[in-house]
Design a protein around this ligand. Structure first.
Ligand code: KG4
Ligand code: ZN
Length: 334
């Protein structure tokens, strides 16, 4: 038998997801049950609410995945599950489901790092060529990762404070936009002008680290100060100016790292990779450098289980297995 089918399970945050993927690069079924509507009224993800939803949804999501794939357990080679990082109570639901199923069906169990999953969301589009550079921008992460081969990850830069998506969500709150704020700001930014000068944190000259808390504070201060003077800054312009600052730093550092490490591909991953401003600016920048840029389709940017199955396939092929003592690890390192 040459083909491998991996069942992926993802419950690290607010999406209950399962998927079946063939050979790490072909999606057979991909089911995502979003909880966004339940968290909206709280303005963010409430961990306890998230865990409870996962428990309610997971069985149905799994059943639907097999139904959509028109497959049975017999055809599944391994179960891959996000073991971290994420919300511990949320992760536990997926990990326990995966353990129970793998044990009952006598399938190998493979724990997957959530960020490895985000990176492998790109492999559905095109085969990886190494060395490659991955820019991961999500609600919990902003990282530059160098990969020299499948399954190997070298962290060359990360945020020292807020993640990019976190900054988007916090600024959105100040602008009184609904959760999650990223897509809202993206939409406003498209109609605004970059008329407000917000700071860009370059940090040390050769550093590939990021910082977004100063920018966030600057947006909050300028908005409040204007309000106190009785002025109202245009939300579109705030969004456009804020986004310009984020995109400028992300692109500049990614491009510098790509040159320094002579990479053959640049990959963008994570929820903020859905940002239209970022996608456009990256595409233009890399068109000129000649380094191929991979950006996942919108649906695969945010959390899903197809990406977990794709990353799990690589671990599976490399012989990596998790034991029945696999546990959720909220601060798992890549
Ligand atoms: O990867 P993801 O679904 O969950 C984490 O692993 O964190 O990313 C969610 C983050 C949120 O902060 C959300 O506001 C942001 O991605 N996001 C966006 C856009 N779509 C989602 N940020 C900017 N522009 C977007 N279009
Ligand atoms: Zn994620």
């Amino acid at each position: 038998k040459t083909d491998n089918y991996i069942l992926g399970i993802e419950t690290s945050c607010d999406e209950t997801a399962a998927a079946i993927v063939k050979n790490g690069k072909e999606i057979i079924a991909n089911v995502v049950a979003s909880q966004i509507d339940s968290h909206k009224r709280f303005g963010g993800v409430v961990p306890e609410v998230a865990s409870r939803h996962h428990v309610e949804q997971i069985t149905m999501v799994l059943e639907e995945t097999f139904k959509k794939a028109d497959m049975t357990w017999k055809q599944i080679d391994a179960v891959a599950v996000t073991e971290g990082p994420g919300l511990v109570g949320a992760l536990l639901v997926g990990v326990n489901a995966a353990k129970a199923l793998a044990f009952a069906k006598q399938k190998p169990l493979v724990g997957v790092h959530h960020i490895a999953g985000h990176i492998y969301a790109n492999r559905f589009e095109r085969e990886f060529e190494f060395p490659l550079l991955a820019l991961i921008v999500s609600g919990g992460h902003t990282e530059l990762v160098l990969m020299k081969e499948h399954g190997s990850y070298e962290l060359i830069g990360e945020t020292r404070d807020d993640a990019a998506g976190e900054a988007y969500d916090k600024v959105a709150r100040v602008l009184e936009l609904p959760y999650p704020g990223g897509p809202q700001i993206d939409r406003l930014a498209a109609e605004g002008e970059e008329s407000i000068d917000f700071p860009r944190a370059w940090l040390d000259k050769d550093s590939f680290d990021f910082s977004f808390s100063g920018l966030k504070s600057s947006v909050i201060n300028k908005t409040h100060n204007a309000a106190q003077r009785g002025e109202n800054l245009d939300k579109h312009d705030i969004a456009a100016s804020f986004q310009a600052s984020v995109v400028d730093v992300l692109i500049t550092k990614t491009w510098k790292a790509a040159e320094k490490y002579h990479v053959k591909q640049v990959i963008v991953a994570g929820g903020v990779a859905a940002n239209q401003g970022l996608r456009q600016a990256l595409t233009e920048k890399f068109k000129r450098t000649g380094i191929p840029l991979l950006v996942p389709p919108l649906k695969l940017c945010t959390d899903n289980a197809a990406m977990i199955a794709a990353a799990g396939f690589v671990s599976y092929k490399q012989g990596k297995r998790s034991g029945w003592d696999l546990n959720a690890n909220p601060s798992l390192v890549l």
